[in-house]
Design a protein around this ligand. Sequence first.
Ligand SMILES: Cc1ccc(CCc2c3nc[nH]c3cc3c(=O)[nH]c(N)nc23)cc1
Ligand SMILES: [Zn+2]
Length: 372
Amino acid sequence: MGLKFEVIKKDKNSNARVGVIHTAHGDIPTPIFMPVGTLGTVKTMSVEELDQMGAKIILGNTYHLYLKPGMNIMRQAGGLHKFMNWNKPILTDSGGFQVFSLSERRKINENGVEFRSHIDGSKHFFTPEKSIEIQNDIHSDIMMSFDECVEVPADYDYVKQSMERTIRWAKRGLDYHKEHSYKDQSLFGIVQGGMYKDLREKSAIETTAMDFDGFSIGGLSVGETKEEMIDILNFTTPLLPEDKPRYNMGVGTPDYLFESYQAGIDMADCVLPTRIARNGTAITSHGRLVVRNAAYMDDFTPLDSECDCYTCRNYSRAYIRHLVNVNEILGARLLSYHNLYFLLKMCENIRQAIMEDRFLEYKEEFYSKYGY
Ligand SMILES: Cc1ccc(CCc2c3nc[nH]c3cc3c(=O)[nH]c(N)nc23)cc1
Ligand SMILES: [Zn+2]
């Protein structure tokens, strides 16, 4: 309902494409990387810094925000944009994945999922309709359908039952969305089916038959091997309509991003850049740099000599290593800024490469420097 998607240029030698997603809170150039903001913030970053580094859209977390600060506060704030003072697009997950990865004693049935809060053990029940209602209160620009993400490995019969229930849940969520969501909100369907191609095909056919605004590939980056991820990614992506945004959930490292965009994915998210920053690791053009190591105690060069970000223009490896070593919060901040900037800049370079029909060349150049 809310978003409009345009494909601007398709790469001649791969399925990669440049596009733009128009939303009520601004345009999102694709392929894009989306920083994850779980508790109403992209950890350690202010919204001014996110804006300065070139973030175009951030992710909010339905499960976490529902538990704290809760929907009463969210409604009084007028939604997450106002609450956190971020005036660009926000995408929210539906909460199902977080229930399964975080809460205790979940019980799943046809109607939804009963779970206990990982914070205080209180009992809650999420249904497809409840998930959309919470995402309405958050007032996110792009919402996700309520799904079950089955971990890997899982047996065929369970994945089949789960995938078919997720399709029934998607229909319920879409009906509720049409009735209750704000006009500027959009809703994505999520394709499941585990590592089984026949189930992936059935899920893709039935999910794309519903008029969602975009489609996600779910059930990946949950413990499968890189080969399995790429195999399912390359099998499933072409089954999604070309004229709508495609989102590969939970991805990832630079190679997973390149493989996703090469397959025709437009959007990706991952907690990786801020998570590894908090334990003293930087993503650089020449691979990962564990800057907390003593080797960098007297290294006064930037994290990445080819990076023009705020951190690399102003601080040395020695200083950042010192901050991490004495557990100073600024250490995590400077590393988070650089890691997020690096992935956002990589996406900008990928968009440029696609415009010039040299995506594969750029990928090879990046891989050889990175050490893949
Ligand atoms: C704030 C926020 C955090 C995380 C996410 C994506 C979370 C995520 C996955 N992460 C890795 N693999 C994933 C698979 C799924 C999935 O199959 N379904 C859903 N709804 N989310 C997933 C979205 C938003
Ligand atoms: Zn940098």
